[in-house]
Design a protein around this ligand. Structure first.
Ligand SMILES: [Fe+2]
Length: 324
């Protein structure tokens, strides 16, 4: 009989993937396992290259199964499968927009989780660049409503989830403020995906700590904009707007932010965009020490931070977009 430790180590050999993602693509190049029982190892449901019928998927979804499992040694095949399909899926106007946004979200978070774990900056930039193209394309070509996007996003505050959400919101807010140039939108998306790059150096025990942070731990947290900026500023493929989203997203108009404490006109337009949606995303996400705020509660808090800390026009624009 398997012990709990055996089961835990067997489960670590599997990658959890959203079942919904599989509904939109054809034959899968990976084995699919079911693993709803946390106290036992996942069991094989379908071998790779054998179709799962539409009614089988519906039955699984109806029974409340949202996550299935892929063996970790097939993670690259799974990733390639998503990326091979993402362009055609986001461009398929026969599919509901929310399905396409959900597929892109699943693909994006999966890409980010892999490259953030891999820790190779060149590969991270390459993948983030590709993902930014997909994200800016779907948002510039469609009327994406914040509340619809909000409902298909995850709100678990993993760094890969948080940056995906912040990049999506930054795109929508920039578009709401009148930005329409495709290259500019792609740059903003990329800046949003990279804005917390420096957080990858912070130990999870500090990032997820429920209790009040010590002064030392708070100092470690406050280093992340500078750490991310230093890593990216030496490259020749980052724009100033992207670098400022990374470096200045915790600065405030009245100079009370970090890491430098600059404010007013010294803050880059896109850093101010990022600051607004970064706080909104943090407030509306599940954290170890509190429940998420509703969109309305988060908006009230953002409005309370104007005009001294956040740009009033941007917060009002974001408010108008979130109540649509
Ligand atoms: Fe941050």
């Amino acid at each position: 009989m398997s012990t709990a430790t055996d089961v835990a180590s067997q489960r670590r050999n599997f990658l959890p993937v959203p079942l919904h993602t599989l509904c939109l693509t054809g034959t899968l190049p990976v084995d699919i396992y079911l693993g709803q029982e946390k106290e036992s190892a996942p069991v094989l449901f379908r071998r790779r290259h054998i179709d799962i019928a539409g009614d089988e998927l519906s039955t699984l979804l109806e029974s409340g199964i949202e996550t299935v499992y892929v063996p970790r040694e097939q993670a690259e095949d799974y990733q390639n499968h998503l990326q091979n399909n993402v362009v055609s899926i986001i461009a398929n106007h026969d599919l509901p927009l929310t399905d396409r946004l959900q597929f892109l979200g699943d693909t994006g978070r999966s890409m980010l989780r892999e490259v953030f774990q891999g820790g190779q900056l060149d590969e991270t930039i390459k993948q983030v660049g590709e993902l930014s193209t997909y994200m800016s394309t779907i948002i510039s070509e469609n009327e994406v409503v914040v509340s619809e996007l909000f409902d298909v996003l995850r709100h678990d505050y993993h760094t890969y989830t948080h940056v995906y959400n912040v990049a999506s919101y930054s795109l929508l807010l920039a578009k709401g403020l009148g930005v329409s140039d495709e290259k500019e939108l792609r740059d903003i998306s990329m800046g949003g995906l990279l804005h917390d790059l420096g957080k990858l150096r912070i130990p999870l025990r500090i990032l997820n700590k429920k209790e009040r942070l010590t002064d030392t731990e708070w100092a470690i947290i406050q280093r992340h904009p500078t750490d991310g900026f230093i890593d990216l500023a030496v490259r020749d493929d980052m724009t100033e707007a992207q670098l400022m989203m990374v470096y200045q997203h915790h600065e405030k108009l009245d100079g009370s932010g970090y890491p430098v404490g600059i404010g007013g006109n010294e803050l880059h337009f896109y850093a101010k965009v990022c600051a607004v949606v970064d706080i909104f995303e943090a407030l509306t996400s599940n954290r170890p020490y509190r429940n998420p705020a509703t969109k309305n509660e988060a908006m009230e808090i953002l409005e309370g931070l104007t005009p001294n800390k956040l740009d009033q026009e941007m917060v009002q624009c974001w408010k108008a977009l979130t109540i649509q």
